[in-house]
Design a protein around this ligand. Structure first.
Ligand code: DC
Length: 213
C-alpha cells in the first residue's frame, strides 16, 4: 500500500506540524520539501555566492541530497528569504522536483505511504496524491506565530519586520510562473486562523479517515 498525502500552504500556516502528526498517525514517511529549497539557499549564503547567479543556484540544487541535509541554521530569516527567491528559478525547481518524486514513489517498506508538505505538492510534485490538503491562515496570524517562534532565540526580533518578510515571501511564492502556491482543484482547505494546530490536525485526520476507512 502506498498512500500519498499532499499538504500545501503558505509559511507558518501550521502545515509542517500537522503533516508530522498525520505521518505519525497514518504511519507515513514525511518529507518537508521546503528543506530542499532552504538547503540550496543556505549553501549559497554560506559560500557567499551571488543570489542572482542562476547557474550557481542550479548547480547547488543538483548536489542537494535529502538524506544529508544539515539542518543547522536552515530556519534563519535570510535563508527563508533566499529560499523563496531561488524557488522562482525553473532549473532549480526541476532539480529538486526529481528528488521529491523519487521520495514519493519509493516509500520506506516499513511504512504505509508518504506525506509531503510544501507549496506545489498537490499540483506538481504528486498530482496523483490520494489526499490533498491546503492549510492556510491569515497573514497577520501567521506572522505572529513566526515572530513568537523567532523571539525564543532572539528577543530583539520586531513583529512588523517579520510581517513584511512574510508578505513578500507569500507574494513571491504565489505569483511565480513555475509551480506557484495555489489550491489544487481537488484539495480541501483548512483555515487554521481561529483553530489550534490540534484542532486543525483533527479536521485533516478525520477527513482522511472518513474517505478511506
Ligand atoms: O516551507 P518553507 O517555508 O520551509 O519553504 C521555504 C521556501 O521554499 C518557500 O518560501 C518557497 C520554497 N518552496 C517551494 O517553492 N516549493 C515547495 N514545495 C516548498 C518550498
Amino acid at each position: 500500500m502506498n498512500l500519498i498525502v499532499a499538504i500545501d500552504g503558505p509559511a507558518a500556516s501550521g502545515k509542517g506540524t500537522i503533516a508530522k502528526k498525520l505521518a505519525e498517525y497514518f504511519n507515513l514517511s514525511y518529507l518537508d520539501t521546503g528543506i530542499l529549497y532552504r538547503a540550496v539557499a543556505l549553501q549559497m549564503l554560506t559560500e557567499g555566492m551571488n543570489e542572482k547567479d542562476i547557474r550557481a543556484a542550479k548547480k547547488v540544487a543538483r548536489q542537494v541530497s535529502i538524506t544529508t541535509i544539515d539542518h543547522t541554521g536552515i530556519r534563519a530569516r535570510e535563508v527563508s528569504d533566499l529560499s523563496s527567491k531561488i524557488a522562482t528559478i525553473p532549473g532549480v525547481r526541476q532539480e529538486l522536483l526529481e528528488r521529491q518524486r523519487r521520495f514519493a514513489q519509493n516509500p520506506d517498506p516499513s511504512k504505509d505511504g508518504v506525506i509531503l508538505d510544501g507549496r506545489d505538492i498537490g499540483t506538481v510534485v504528486c498530482p496523483e496524491a490520494d489526499f490533498k490538503i491546503f492549510i492556510t491562515a491569515d497573514l497577520e496570524i501567521r506572522a505572529k506565530r513566526r515572530w513568537k517562534e523567532l523571539l525564543q532565540s532572539d528577543p530583539t526580533v520586531i513583529y512588523c519586520e517579520v510581517l513584511e518578510e512574510m508578505r513578500s515571501r507569500d507574494e513571491r511564492d504565489t505569483n511565480r510562473k513555475d509551480a506557484p502556491l495555489v489550491v489544487a482543484s481537488d484539495s480541501i482547505v483548512i483555515n487554521s486562523s481561529n483553530m489550534s494546530i490540534d484542532v486543525s490536525f483533527e479536521a485533516a485526520k478525520n477527513w482522511i479517515l472518513s474517505r478511506r476507512f
